[in-house]
Design a protein around this ligand. Structure first.
Ligand SMILES: [Zn+2]
Length: 532
């Protein structure tokens, strides 16, 4: 008899299989699930070389599947951007201390960034200047961002960005000068673009960011992520990370952002669907509209505070139709960002056009966000087999701003995940990192409680159970990745992608879900994270 490499026992093991079975133990062999079931049938596979993990009251779930987080961006922010928010930094002196530490760790010439100060909370009650940053950063460009569209660059960063005392202010921006006419380093509005456009990351930087992102995502239980909207150099960074063994998350790439039909032609000429079970290109990414906060999400009805504003349509219907069709006929999943009801109708019409013109079996196109689908759109989403990726964590973190923009009544209908699931639409939830942090505890809580961070209930008619919410991170989610036969549930033959948690989320009051915490994560049977 052959023994297991790894046995995890003393469950509950929340399998998330089709029958939603709860087992007691799991055996792993060669990176895959060998057996899952009652303790005796699993523990008989323990041999002299088997590693045994006792859950001792903790809970095992499948490794979580994330259907839309910008992983590279998250890695860059985590690896290279220092947190200088209050109360991490209570003074300019604190900011200097943190940034000096980062400069010391950086390679010569590398950008060193900080995020995000607010002078009203700083002890000195003034804006920092480049003279606060220069003493410890003669060689490295340093840029510290304020909470909104403002930032301070050191002298080296101003040089690289080409800002001198003679640089005129851009439209909607100000380069702050002192009495002598010299820039102080403080940039307002669009003037910040001079610096942010000049920030360049090397391949080595990106590989480091990807390693960091893997470790960040593993620490909250993720083992598979759809990386939406990356192009040439960034795709190359994933490929080289994978070759060097630095990619430990199964990563599915949607190539983009594609802004025009020409972009789409470029993408299908340069990329094809394919890869292995760690790194694979699956889709193309494009966008119809913007966001609710900036009043750019596209609605039939105007915004509450600005009834004449309906948002923006970034691609006309005819052009989007051809873009989607091009991806469709080349075998790509086409993911379209659409938030407002009108934008969703536009996206759905494009999928309908593609499917009519060239019928294709199971293309699994994806609407990204899908916050306000009309009844008509819902019907067509079902009919066309379109999948929905949405962000219930936004209800928690950004819900109050949604209410401000649209009014409470319209927000009741926002992200109708219960309706979507009831109609059999495969729903995946995500955090659109770096918009919000990839925190599945918040994802579960927001899906179940539907409350904002200030405790305001938002559309409680669309509340789901914790089990359904966990499904949005596991089994339906794996279908978005075309990997439902390999990940997303704990079943014999699937990869041993697993996560251990402090408690069983199916067994607690909604309010406790915010305390749900990952303890260990495995990818292909290999431990990639453990909490000390
Ligand atoms: Zn996104």
């Amino acid at each position: 008899m052959s023994f297991a490499d790894l046995v995890i026992k003393n469950g509950p093991v929340v399998t998330m299989d089709a029958e939603r079975r709860i087992a007691e133990a799991v055996a792993v062999k060669d990176g895959k699930i060998m057996t899952v079931g009652y303790e005796p049938e699993v523990t008989r596979l323990i041999g002299p070389m088997t590693e045994v993990i006792d859950l001792a009251g903790r809970t095992l779930t499948p490794g979580l599947v994330n259907t839309h987080d910008h992983m590279l961006e998250q890695g860059i922010s985590s690896a290279f951007v220092a947190d200088i928010r209050y109360p991490k930094a209570r003074s300019i002196k604190d900011i200097q201390g943190i940034m000096e530490g980062r400069v010391r760790e950086a390679s010569p010439g590398q950008w060193v960034l900080g995020h995000a100060w607010d002078e009203t909370l700083l002890e000195e009650r003034r804006f920092p200047t480049r003279y606060d940053l220069d003493p410890f950063s003669p060689e490295n460009p340093v840029y510290i961002k304020r909470v909104f569209q403002m930032g301070v660059a050191n002298t080296r960063a101003l040089e690289i960005a080409g800002i001198t005392k003679d640089t005129p202010d851009p439209e909607f921006g100000v380069i702050e000068n002192d009495e002598g006419g010299e820039p102080t380093g403080l940039l307002r509005g669009r003037a910040t673009n001079f610096v942010t456009d000049a920030i360049k990351w090397t391949l080595e930087d990106k590989e480091k960011a990807i390693r960091q992102a893997c470790s960040d995502f593993h620490s909250v239980g993720f083992t598979t992520v759809i990386e939406p909207g990356i192009l040439a150099d960034n795709i190359e960074a994933y490929r080289s990370s994978h070759r060097k063994g630095g990619l430990t998350i199964r990563t599915l790439i949607q190539v983009g952002f594609l802004r025009s039909l020409d972009d789409a032609r470029w993408a299908v000429e340069n990329y094809a669907v394919g890869g292995d079970d760690v790194l694979r290109i699956i889709g193309l990414k494009m966008a119809v509209d913007g966001g609710v906060g900036p009043r750019t999400a596209l609605f039939y009805e105007g915004y509450r505070d600005r009834p004449d504003v309906h948002g923006v349509q970034m691609i006309e219907q005819e052009e989007l139709d051809e873009m989607v069709h091009l991806g469709h006929v080349n075998g790509f999943q086409v993911a379209v960002h659409a938030i407002g009801d009108k934008a969703i109708d536009v996206a759905v019409a494009a999928y309908e056009y593609a499917q009519r013109k060239t019928p294709r079996l199971d293309p699994r196109h994806q609407i990204v966000h899908c916050y306000f689908p009309s009844e008509d759109a819902l019907r067509k989403i079902v009919e066309l087999g379109v999948m929905v990726n949405t962000q219930t964590p936004f209800l928690y973190f950004l819900g109050d701003s949604f209410v401000e923009a649209l009014g409470a009544e319209r927000c009741e209908e926002c992200m109708p995940v219960k309706t979507l699931a009831e109609r059999g639409i495969p729903v995946g939830i995500s955090h659109d990192a770096t918009v919000t942090q990839p925190l599945p505890n918040v994802g579960l809580y927001a899906s179940v409680a539907r409350k904002t961070i200030r405790g305001v209930a938002l559309g409680t008619g669309e509340t789901v159970t914790a089990e359904e919410a966990l499904g949005f991170y596991t089994m339906p989610a794996a279908m978005h990745c075309f990997m439902e036969d390999k990940v997303g549930s704990i079943e014999v033959g699937k990869y041993a992608d697993l996560a251990v948690w402090n408690f069983n989320p199916l067994d607690v009051e909604p309010e406790r879900l915010l305390d749900w915490e990952c303890q260990m994560t495995f990818v292909g049977g290999r431990m990639v994270f453990t909490r000390e």
